[in-house]
Design a protein around this ligand. Structure first.
Ligand code: SAM
Length: 310
């Protein structure tokens, strides 16, 4: 089984922390540890004196504890099986560098039994946190038709889900939905392929995943708190894979009075990275810095000064 996760936008993330005010004891928070792809490189480049790591997935945390046993015993690394929003709600530590690399990891996507993938047969699960209660099966089998249509509209941006939902509600009476393929095949049968290379179940699965894991609500709670906890000049870098997440992140950054968006234009992977790692394709990086916006150099100041002399 492939347990690897190739970190997305790695150089861009490393660069996002390059202009921090120099401080002796850098504190790094990684809210989405995954398999530690970004963290390992952060350690090499910035050697934080304290790293706080969370992931809501028990297998990610088990692996992290094995990988960093020595640093944990030296109190250089602390690992929490937590949602990063819970961490943010309780954290008292000032942070210099924060990374949220949202969404799912390759091990989660690749393991059929996690139920994230519409082309691998597994239970209709989709929980990032294996201890959480709500599964995708529960939503599909128990939510009303109106609620399902609303979920697919708000979270999947599907405005024509009525036929799929009708078929789901019809079928579930005789046989509840238990597997990913059962649902994916129904969607394929009802909606058909509209775009080449784009499975008709893609947006439906994305919507269910966002609801199962409350992904948008978590971002909305955590980002303002994490901004608050940044040191002056500290940075929060967020990688999103979904337009709703990206829009929300951008707006939270823009609306904050405590700092500013470092790059006006969103940072996306190069064509080369997408070729090597197709999962990077939809990634977007936004960087927030705490503190006052640096003043733009005044190009005309020298000329004005000369004029006042005359
Ligand atoms: C895209 S992967 C991160 C990969 C990581 N940066 C790396 O290079 O290995 C996302 C990881 O974040 C976790 N995750 C997503 N949302 C989370 C949340 N709200 N709280 C904690 N962990 C979360 C997932 O369980 C998954 O392991």
């Amino acid at each position: 089984m492939n347990e690897k996760h190739v970190p997305v936008l790695l150089n861009e993330v490393l660069k996002s922390f390059a202009d921090l005010p120099s401080r002796e004891n850098l504190v790094y928070f990684d809210g989405t540890y995954g398999r530690g792809g970004h963290f390992r490189e952060i350690v090499k480049k910035y050697n934080p004196s304290l790293a706080l790591l969370t992931d809501q997935d028990t297998s990610a945390i088990a692996q992290a504890k094995l990988d960093w046993a020595k640093e944990i015993s030296e109190n250089k690394v602390k690992i929490f099986h937590q949602n990063f929003s819970e961490f943010a709600e309780n954290n008292q530590q000032k942070l210099d560098m924060v990374l949220l690399d949202l969404g799912v990891s390759s091990p989660q996507l690749d393991q059929a039994e996690r139920g994230f993938s519409f082309n691998k047969d597994g239970p209709l699960d989709m929980r990032m946190n294996q201890n959480a209660k709500l599964t995708a099966a529960e939503i599909i089998n128990e939510f009303s038709a109106e609620d399902l249509i609303e979920i697919f509209k708000s979270y999947g941006e599907i405005f024509t889900s009525a036929r799929v939902v009708r078929a789901v509600v019809n079928d579930r009476v005789t046989k509840p939905f238990e597997t990913t393929l059962q649902l994916a095949q129904l969607i394929e049968r009802v909606d058909g392929w509209q775009k080449k290379g784009f499975h008709p179940a893609t947006q439906y699965f994305m919507a269910l995943r966002l609801v199962v894991n409350r992904e948008l609500q978590v971002i909305e709670t955590a980002i303002p708190l994490l901004i608050d906890q940044l040191q002056d000049g500290g940075r929060l870098s967020v990688i999103t894979f979904h337009s709703l997440e990206d829009r929300l992140t951008k707006n939270l950054f823009k609306d904050s009075e405590l700092g500013f968006l470092v790059n006006k234009k969103v940072i996306v992977p190069t064509d080369e990275e997408c070729k090597i790692n197709p999962r990077a394709r939809s990634a977007k990086l936004r960087i927030f810095q705490k503190g006052k916006t640096p003043e733009k150099p005044d190009k005309f100041a020298a000329r004005r000064a000369l004029r006042t002399k005359d």
